[in-house]
Design a protein around this ligand. Structure first.
Ligand SMILES: [Zn+2]
Length: 201
C-alpha cells in the first residue's frame, strides 16, 4: 500500500503544496468570515489625513465593481457602523469610512420601521419646495451641531441592484435633509461649509 513515506519525492512535494493551498484557503475563509469586524472606523476632521479624504470628491462604482460583491459587503458594514451604539446616526457616506466611492446609507424616517437603506452611485438631480433650516450633526465632526439650510424636497437617483438600472425617487422632510447631508459628503462638502450657526453639542 502506498503511503506518504514511500511516495515519490515529486508526488510528495505535490501533496505538500496541496496541503499548503488548502490551509491558505481555510485561513483566508476564516479571516474573511470572522476576522473582520463589521463596524468600521469613522473618519474625523480632527485628524488631518482623514480630513483630506473627507474633502476628496468621490467616484462612481464602475460597472465591474457593481457586479462584484464588494459594494453589498461595504453597504452592510456601513449600516453596522451607523447603527452602532457608539455612533447612533441617521446616515453615513462611504468617505466617512475611508472609501472615496459614491455610496450612502440613509435612515428612511419616512418609511414604516425607519429602515437604513444603501444608495449606490447616488446623486441629487433636483431640489424644490423652498429652504428649511434644521439641526444637524455629523459622525465625522465630533461634539458640534449646526442649524443648516436645506431644500424641503429632492429628487435622488441611484443604481438599483435589483434591476441593474438607475432609478429616481422624490423625498421630502427630514429624510430629504439626510440625503442632502450624505450626498454632500460625496462631493467633499461638510455641513459646517453651509452654515456659520454652529454650536457645541
Ligand atoms: Zn456627516
Amino acid at each position: 500500500m502506498k503511503s506518504l513515506f514511500n511516495a515519490s519525492p515529486a508526488s510528495g512535494r505535490l501533496r505538500l503544496a496541496a496541503l499548503w493551498l488548502a490551509a491558505a484557503i481555510f485561513v483566508g475563509v476564516a479571516v474573511s468570515c470572522c476576522g473582520q469586524s463589521p463596524v468600521m472606523h469613522v473618519y474625523s476632521v480632527s485628524d488631518p489625513a482623514e480630513e483630506k479624504l473627507l474633502r476628496t470628491p468621490c467616484e462612481d462604482f464602475t460597472p465591474r465593481e457593481l457586479r462584484s460583491r464588494r459594494v453589498a459587503r461595504l453597504a452592510k458594514r456601513m449600516i453596522a457602523t451607523v447603527t452602532d451604539s457608539t455612533q447612533n446616526g441617521v446616515g453615513i457616506a462611504a468617505p466617512q469610512v475611508g472609501v472615496s466611492k459614491r455610496l450612502i446609507v440613509v435612515c428612511r424616517l419616512d418609511m414604516e420601521g425607519e429602515p437604513f437603506i444603501p444608495y449606490i452611485n447616488a446623486r441629487i438631480d433636483s431640489c424644490f419646495g423652498g429652504i428649511v433650516t434644521g439641526r444637524e450633526g455629523c459622525l465625522s465632526i465630533p461634539d458640534l451641531r449646526g442649524n443648516v439650510p436645506r431644500y424641503e424636497s429632492i429628487v435622488v437617483s441611484y443604481w438599483d441592484p435589483d434591476t441593474g438600472e438607475r432609478r429616481s425617487e422624490t423625498v421630502s422632510g427630514y429624510t430629504a435633509r439626510i440625503f442632502q447631508h450624505e450626498t454632500d459628503h460625496l462631493e467633499g462638502i461638510l455641513y459646517t461649509d453651509r452654515t456659520s450657526d454652529i454650536y457645541p453639542e
